[in-house]
Ligand binder design. Structure first.
Ligand code: ADP
Ligand code: ADP
Ligand code: MG
Ligand code: MG
Length: 543
């Protein structure tokens, strides 16, 4: 061990346990007595995009609000806050000095998209009216088209879906004339195509003299939008430390590794593992758990066609497709909540389902988290539930909270624990990664893999995070069509075929990072992108 902390880790690195004392000179903000502390700040660079990566609760949003000028950093003196002169002096010698000089003088115009966008729902003005109000650059019309908001331009904000509201918030952010654009978790609620559009939009806004800063948990998106990456680590809810700024690839790889070499700090005792090659498995018919014929289902103006298929013991099916294409409708049919209009679904006798619905509003429970988990037949005292679910998803300290008091992110984590913590044969997870950080996404993936390997269960996961699908899924179902009007679903096929089908539709290719094996989006039109498309006809990673 390193001799500094009592943890028996095999690394001779500084553990983060004693960091706050060592870093006391770089305390940038403290919310109050015994409250969260932020040490150092991500250093934005002019003419570059800076990505910020870190667990939930380590101060990413706090950092962004400070850089946006929304929070004035108090250097730990919450009782007698420092003046701007003192703050500027504190950052002397770093690029934060001129940055805060401009903030203090009101010379840096910042346009900021906060993490929570629900506040926009209180407005009854339409999308078009809202965007017109902030359109200092005269590009709102263009952004409405580019982000696919044309069909809802006359709809009041309060009637928008999460994804639509997110796109409006992003369009509004870039419609303002500013020299710093700050976006906190822009990909939440968006499907893969929308994430790519937003990522391209952000990239296109990098310009001389301008600052772009993005907090993001979708690693493919973060990788694509960032020139530089800053890691924030620490003890969630207690303190956060901002690490050195690196190039995007090196920064993300460092994060995956859990170790910052330059500072000799290990902030996580494991690395996130990716598989080298898409697994291709032959599924014997005797392992079928659920199978279905060609299915069709109509809902008002929407119609869904599903190709016949099956899910087997030991299989993790990833479901990919745009919003409004029928993914949730399909999952509900498998779960027996909806019947198909045509076709049949055959389930293994006595099969037990565990279903995490997409929308959290459907849950109403009067009682604590502990009571809710007990009522969902989750044994909160089992080592498996504690070590693999409660701890990594940080639900262990929510057990005595009332279900009604939970935030969206907390509720999501509780529902995942309740879905994966009970015994079942088929797990149905509809967009489980929303609100989760990279570690939590990885924890969910590991539990699913473990249940699959040890208990021979099967899982269907609907998800828009391609990197998460990559480390989780064994087969892929692709949904295509016209969102809101008609959807067509393929049967589950092997990763390579499914990903190729999906990525071809999206118009992007992936490669693998040689060091970590994580999938990375190829730059459109780059040599590799063209080679994979035109010569290899492989959209999914080959190198
Ligand atoms: P992240 O964006 O990385 O998830 P945040 O910056 O939102 O983290 O929050 C970091 C910590 O600071 C959290 O524990 C949060 O509860 C706390 N915090 C955030 N805002 C306030 C506030 N206004 N007063 C007190 N504590 C706060
Ligand atoms: P996805 O999960 O792919 O986003 P959904 O299966 O939720 O898509 O919805 C597909 C389409 O069906 C959407 O246009 C949605 O508005 C419509 N839809 C879903 N449920 C109902 C319902 N109960 N009644 C009418 N339309 C519905
Ligand atoms: Mg945040
Ligand atoms: Mg859905």
């Amino acid at each position: 061990g390193c001799g500094i902390c009592i943890k028996k880790c095999p690394y001779s690195a500084i553990s983060i346990v004693n960091l706050p004392e060592k870093l006391s000179k770089s305390l940038v903000h403290r919310y109050g007595p015994n409250a969260f502390e932020l040490f150092r700040l991500p250093i934005p660079r002019e003419s570059r995009s800076l990505g910020i990566l870190g667990s939930n609760g380590v101060g990413k949003s706090t950092s962004l609000k400070i850089l946006a000028g929304v929070i004035k950093p108090n250097l730990g003196r919450y009782e007698s806050p420092p003046s701007w002169d003192e703050i500027i002096d504190f950052f002397k010698g770093s690029e934060l000095q001129p940055y805060f000089e401009k903030i203090a003088d009101g010379k840096l115009r910042v346009s900021f998209k906060p993490q929570a966008i629900d506040a926009l729902r209180k407005y009854s003005i339409t999308v078009e009216e809202a965007l017109k109000k902030v359109d200092e650059r005269g590009i709102a019309g263009e952004l409405i088209d580019y982000l696919g908001l044309s069909q809802v331009r006359d709809r009041p904000l309060k009637h928008l879906s999460g994804g639509e509201l997110q796109k409006v918030a992003i369009a509004a952010t870039f419609s303002k004339d500013a020299s710093a654009y700050l976006l906190d978790e822009p990909s939440s609620y968006l499907d893969v195509r929308e994430r790519l559009r937003v990522a391209n939009l952000i990239r296109s806004q990098v310009a001389p003299g301008r600052y772009i800063i993005v907090v993001e948990h979708d690693l493919a998106v973060l990788d694509y939008v960032s020139d530089l990456v800053s890691i924030i680590y620490g003890e969630p809810g207690v303190y956060g430390v901002v690490g050195v700024v690196k190039g995007a690839r090196a920064g993300i790889n460092t994060y995956i590794e859990g170790y910052i070499r330059e500072e000799n700090v290990r902030f996580r005792d494991y690395r996130v593992e990716f598989h080298e090659k898409p697994p291709s498995v032959e599924w014997p018919t005797e392992s079928i758990m659920v199978r279905w014929s060609n299915l069709s289902k109509r809902l008002d103006g929407f119609s869904l066609q599903v190709e016949e298929g099956a899910v087997h013991r030991g299989e993790v099916v990833g479901v990919l497709g745009p919003n409004g294409i029928g993914k949730t409708t399909f999952v509900r049919m498998i779960a027996g909540e909806l019947d198909p209009d045509e076709g049949w679904i055959e389930r293994l006798q006595d099969i037990r389902f565990s279903y995490k619905p997409q929308f959290l509003g459907e849950i109403s429970f009067d009682g604590t988290v502990r009571q809710f988990l007990q009522a969902s037949s989750v044994d909160t005292s089992s080592t498996f539930v504690q070590a693999e679910l409660l701890k990594p998803l940080r639900v262990h300290n929510l057990l005595d909270h009332n279900m009604g008091d939970l935030s969206g992110g907390e509720l999501q984590r509780v529902l995942i624990v309740s879905a994966l913590g009970k015994d079942a044969d088929l797990y149905l997870l509809d967009e489980p990664m929303a609100y989760l950080d990279v570690e939590q996404r990885y924890a969910v993936a590991k539990v699913v893999k473990r249940l699959t390997a040890e208990k021979g269960v099967a899982t269907i996961v609907v998800e828009h995070d391609i990197v998460a699908i990559d480390f989780l899924a064994m087969t892929i179902m692709v949904f295509r069509g016209q969102p809101g009007i008609r959807g067509e679903a393929s049967s589950p096929c092997d990763m390579r075929k499914g990903m190729n089908m999906f990525l071809k539709d999206m118009g992007i290719t992936f490669r693998r990072d040689p060091e970590t094996r994580r999938p990375r989006i190829n730059k459109p039109g780059s040599w590799l992108d063209r080679y994979q498309r035109e010569v290899l006809k492989e959209y999914y990673y080959v190198v």
